[in-house]
Ligand binder design. Sequence first.
Ligand code: NI
Length: 170
Amino acid sequence: MAIREILSVEHPTLRRKCTKIHHLDPSLQRLVDDMIETMRHANGVGLAAPQVGVPVRLFVVETSEDLDEPHAGELFVLYNPEILKKSDLYYPEEGCLSMPGWVANVPRYKNVLVKGRNRQGKEIRIKAEGLLAQALQHENDHLDGVLFFDHLESPEQLRRAEHVAETVEA
Ligand code: NI
């Protein structure tokens, strides 16, 4: 395993529409291991493959086990994800590991149903709420070249995170 460099917002790879994965070969398994290590090292709740320079439809998500919500502390590896259902719009605070130290309140859904394939290639469905749901939407956006601040009406809505350690970055 190795920690990979996280690309910052101006990198063009972060704006690409990522390609679907058809073969789970050993290099992808290595990529997954590295992404998990890189996400944890950066204290993120999620990391998408394009953030480490690989434009494929893959992300990892892991929320804190201290959270009072379903799947708290559970690690998810998801290939070719798809959001099937979403409900209850709200505006939680959010940041991105590709833009450390900045946050904004962005429109997200409190509840989502997401399907995709796990690292063994098996189809899974995740019924998520709260922070996990938010992270799944944030990472899924990354696979389409969308960054969290794209959801804002004005870049002036971005602000410096006062307590970076407590900020949700993904
Ligand atoms: Ni991000």
